[in-house]
Unconditional design. Structure first.
Length: 162
């Protein structure tokens, strides 16, 4: 005869998932509270295929960290649009055509996942991040939603600290 499982045996109580709405991100000169959403780091290994007699063998190719997207609110003060354009100006000044040095426009970003009581349970550090694409949103008289800025960030690599 089979034993009957109790609730304590069925429901694992020590497991607590990380929730998508429990995070904050540090980016120099962009206030954390205007960062609405962010992708987590993504890695692609790009396998290399070798033919061996009548089968294929695969090995890991170059590791490539994939671009991430972040969404910002655009408050009146401080202006999210102004913060974004200032970061872009470190790498390219539209008026003069001057390009900046990578040590000026590449930043180190930190991404924290939070636990249920607000404690940091995960920390990613993105090294060499810069704005690859910026979209300052649109305006619409029929819509009273907050203006959002979409950014695509490229970066050299990411480190999972804990």
């Amino acid at each position: 005869m089979a034993d009957i499982l109790t609730d304590e045996e069925i429901f694992f109580k020590d497991w607590e998932p990380k929730l998508q709405n429990r995070f904050f991100m540090y980016i120099d000169d962009i206030p954390s509270y205007i960062i609405k959403a962010s992708d987590r780091p993504k890695l692609q290994q790009n396998p290399v295929v070798f033919d061996h007699i009548n089968v294929e063998r695969k090995i890991k190719g170059k590791s490539r960290w994939q671009d991430i997207s972040i969404t910002l609110y655009d408050p009146i003060v401080p202006s999210g649009a102004q913060a974004v354009i200032e970061w872009i100006r470190l790498g390219h000044e539209s008026v003069t055509g001057r390009n900046g040095y990578s040590d000026q426009y590449k930043k180190r970003l930190q991404f924290h996942s939070l636990g249920p009581v607000g404690d940091k349970v995960e920390e990613w550090t993105l090294i060499g991040a810069f704005i690859n694409n910026a979209d300052w949103g649109n305006m619409d008289w029929a819509n009273d939603a907050a203006v959002e800025i979409q950014l695509t960030l490229s970066y050299d690599y990411a480190i999972l600290e804990y």
